[in-house]
Ligand binder design. Sequence first.
Ligand code: HEC
Ligand code: HEC
Length: 189
Amino acid sequence: MKKANWAMVSLVTVALLTLTGAALSSDDNGDRSMFSWLKQAKQGIDPLDSQLYTKECGSCHFPYQPGLLPATSWETIISNLDNHFGENAELAEDDLNTIRNFLLNKAAGRSNYGLPNKIMAAQGDRPLPLRITEMRYFLHEHSDIPKRMVQDNPKVKSFSNCDSCHQSAKQGLYDEHDVNIPGFGRQGD
Ligand code: HEC
Ligand code: HEC
């Protein structure tokens, strides 16, 4: 084998070892094997890979993953940042273009991950809202949670604060077994 090929082989080996290490170290509650970790990552949503997005769109609230909304909704949000749910969230032209591409490329319906596909399927041909919390899939999954745990809970306040309850929301994992409603404890067990 040529030198370059050997370099390639060791690169791949290092990558595999790193992946295995990450999988094993995420084994925090004992019952999660490497395979269920891989399965979970696949069922989740594209992880955030744009630091710019996290910085600009995560300063006022949780930086929602692109796969949580369809492209049409993101396009409308991005085109109206001067009046964004009553706030001014305008961006410089360059940043705006980078963030628009980031959101549109990974929007629900354009991603191979499981959750965005489920979100689109549940919506059917109903109108597309601007809020994740108004998508049919979202409403369906959260319909049993009483007001005292959300709006009347000072540690949550609104369904828009995903990471108040979903402990792995930043990693794009919304598994129902990873939910902990502050003041009410773990759910879904
Ligand atoms: C200046 C503060 C601010 C910035 C910066 C900001 N937002 Fe928001 N955003 C808000 C407010 C306020 C709401 C409404 C929250 C509520 O009603 O609880 C909101 C709501 C949202 C929602 C709806 C959440 C839901 O309830 O489903 C989305 C989606 C959203 N923002 C995306 C973005 C994106 C994308 C960016 C970056 C381009 C961004 N936001 C930057 C203030 C901001
Ligand atoms: C008040 C706490 C709370 C907040 C805030 C919240 N969720 Fe949830 N979520 C839950 C609970 C509890 C469940 C499990 C519901 C059940 O299975 O009965 C759930 C379920 C889900 C599921 C389905 C998971 C599965 O394994 O089927 C998804 C996806 C999800 N939430 C996404 C979100 C997103 C995105 C946000 C923010 C826009 C959010 N949630 C905000 C409590 C919350």
